[in-house]
Design a protein around this ligand. Structure first.
Ligand SMILES: CC(C)(COP(=O)([O-])OP(=O)([O-])OC[C@H]1O[C@@H](n2cnc3c(N)ncnc32)[C@H](O)[C@@H]1OP(=O)([O-])[O-])[C@@H](O)C(=O)NCCC(=O)NCCSC(=O)C[C@@](C)(O)CC(=O)[O-]
Ligand SMILES: NC(=O)C1=CN([C@@H]2O[C@H](COP(=O)(O)OP(=O)(O)OC[C@H]3O[C@@H](n4cnc5c(N)ncnc54)[C@H](OP(=O)(O)O)[C@@H]3O)[C@@H](O)[C@H]2O)C=CC1
Length: 408
């Protein structure tokens, strides 16, 4: 290699063209930024495109080593804030700006309006009511009699499984193993307290150790470490019922005059929209989400804070309630399976770390788990604000005009 970075990159590009190197082998021959530049140049010339903006990322590429392969740059999503909003949580207390990254015009304005309404009502209450990341391997057994024997063995040996699983992590704790039998397939749904980590790598590594213990002690044979009963990154009723990650709820009681002045409608109209749309409409559609657009806030705050974007699927598992109470409006939102972490995964990236800093929840909490609980509560309050504002816009027939003026 020479000292001239352009020559270096040109030489790397040529070696890939000559078949001497594969795209993903570039990192073995150059630093992460030079490897990304070489790959970008190859794609630019092969696809006849200009990737100047993709290449204008604002952090050293090596910071993303554990997050991406074949890196060519970064997809930049605009980030804004809603709030500040006052949160009376179990793990967070006080005013917070909510960082959100999105391309949907009107979304931030909507959540911002919801936050201002929540604040005018004295803030929202939020609590994490259940916590646990799951991984459910599937085992093959000979028949139903062997399936029952495996279930019995698991019930009598949870201690051994816990010992094997917890030997792989200094933070994770195995809290439950729930067996499910389908003919000659046995699923063991392992649940872990993963503290401040979202925990999918941690739970997967720990479960592999536990599965090896099962195989050594029984006739069962592991077919797949993930048997889809976990359930990760797919819509699934088990997550809505049993929870996965954090189950978190937020609510607020808003005086009538605030609803009328700031939301241009009434508590009764919002409650009716919520019942007919979020409950009756969702039931008729066979939906798992009995809400309006919780996914919008979950996705935008996931992108801003380095969460796994594919888990927005589970994050949208939420029920919104609204009723006219004491002359005002009571609104709640309950997210059954919000999978969040403040350490590990994408949280280590510089922009995403700054997003967590805005909320004051970056890194490990004291006690461990407290920061991830706080993040879950912030997202729940953002979701509450979003539900409130959209339900009001529907009640006052402002949805399409809002998107006409802000989103096009
Ligand atoms: C757009 C508004 C907020 C206007 O609402 P408005 O009440 O006419 O606006 P306003 O100008 O009177 O301002 C009220 C407050 O809104 C906020 N606000 C207002 N404008 C801005 C702005 N530019 N930037 C930041 N914040 C803004 C701000 O808090 C402001 O208070 P202020 O600070 O001025 O005292 C309202 O009509 C609204 O919320 N509409 C709903 C839009 C929405 O929720 N879209 C979400 C996406 S829809 C979707 O993706 C899912 C869907 C719909 O398909 C799901 C389903 O099936 O239901
Ligand atoms: N493997 C899979 O099947 C899947 C992986 N993923 C990916 O997994 C990643 C997330 O996995 P995750 O396990 O959260 O992250 P990491 O794999 O980045 O691991 C995080 C580690 O941080 C350590 N740690 C330090 N401080 C704390 C603390 N306060 N609380 C908890 N842990 C702490 C733990 O180490 P120790 O355990 O040694 O204590 C923990 O295992 C994401 O990148 C996601 O995209 C997503 C879906 C599936």
């Amino acid at each position: 290699m020479t000292d001239d970075p352009d020559t270096d990159t040109d030489a790397l590009v040529e070696r890939v063209r000559d078949g001497d190197l594969r795209l993903h082998e570039l990192d073995d021959h150059a630093d992460a930024d030079a490897a990304a530049t070489a790959r970008r140049r190859l794609v630019e010339s092969d696809a006849d495109v200009d990737l100047e903006t993709v290449g204008a990322y604002g952090f050293p590429a090596e910071r993303a080593d554990a997050n991406i392969e074949n890196m060519i740059g970064a997809a930049q999503v605009p980030m804004g804030v809603a709030g500040p909003v006052t949160i009376h949580g179990g793990a967070v207390d006080g005013e917070r700006y909510l960082p959100m990254a999105t391309t949907e015009g009107a979304l931030l304005a909507s959540v911002n309006r919801g936050c201002s309404v929540v604040d005018a009502a004295g803030g929202a209450t939020a609590r994490v009511t259940k916590s646990g990341m799951t991984r459910a391997p599937v085992f093959r057994v000979a028949d139903v009699a062997e399936a029952e024997a495996l279930v019995e063995w698991v019930r009598g040996n949870e201690g051994r499984l816990r010992e094997a699983a917890e030997a792989t992590t200094s933070h994770g704790e195995l809290t439950a193993v729930t067996p499910y039998v389908v003919g000659d397939s046995v699923f063991l749904r392992f649940r872990y307290d993963t503290k401040d980590a979202m925990g999918m790598n941690m739970a997967t590594i720990a479960t592999r150790a536990a599965a090896e213990t099962v195989e050594r002690a029984t006739t069962a044979s592991l077919v797949a470490l993930s048997g889809n009963l976990c359930t990760d990154k797919k819509p699934a009723a088990i997550n809505a019922v049993e929870g996965r990650g954090r189950s978190v709820t937020a609510d607020v009681l808003i005086p009538r005059e605030v609803v009328e002045e700031r939301l241009h409608t009434t508590p009764e109209a919002i409650a009716e929209v919520n019942t007919r749309k979020n409950h009756v409409g969702s039931a008729k559609a066979g939906s798992l989400g009995f809400n309006a657009h919780v996914a919008n806030v979950v996705a935008a705050m996931f992108l801003a804070t380095g969460q796994d974007a594919a888990q927005v699927v589970e994050g949208s598992n939420a029920i919104t309630t609204a009723e006219s109470r004491d002359g005002g409006l009571y609104v709640s939102v309950s997210l059954a399976s919000l999978e969040v972490g403040t350490v590990g995964g994408g949280t280590k990236l510089p922009t995403q770390g700054e997003g967590l800093d805005v909320l004051g929840v970056a890194g490990g909490g004291d006690p461990p788990g407290a920061n991830a609980d706080a993040l879950a509560e912030c997202i729940a309050v953002g979701a509450l604000a979003g539900e409130l504002s959209l339900l009001a816009a529907l009640g006052s027939r402002h949805l399409s005009s809002a998107h006409e003026s802000l989103g096009r």
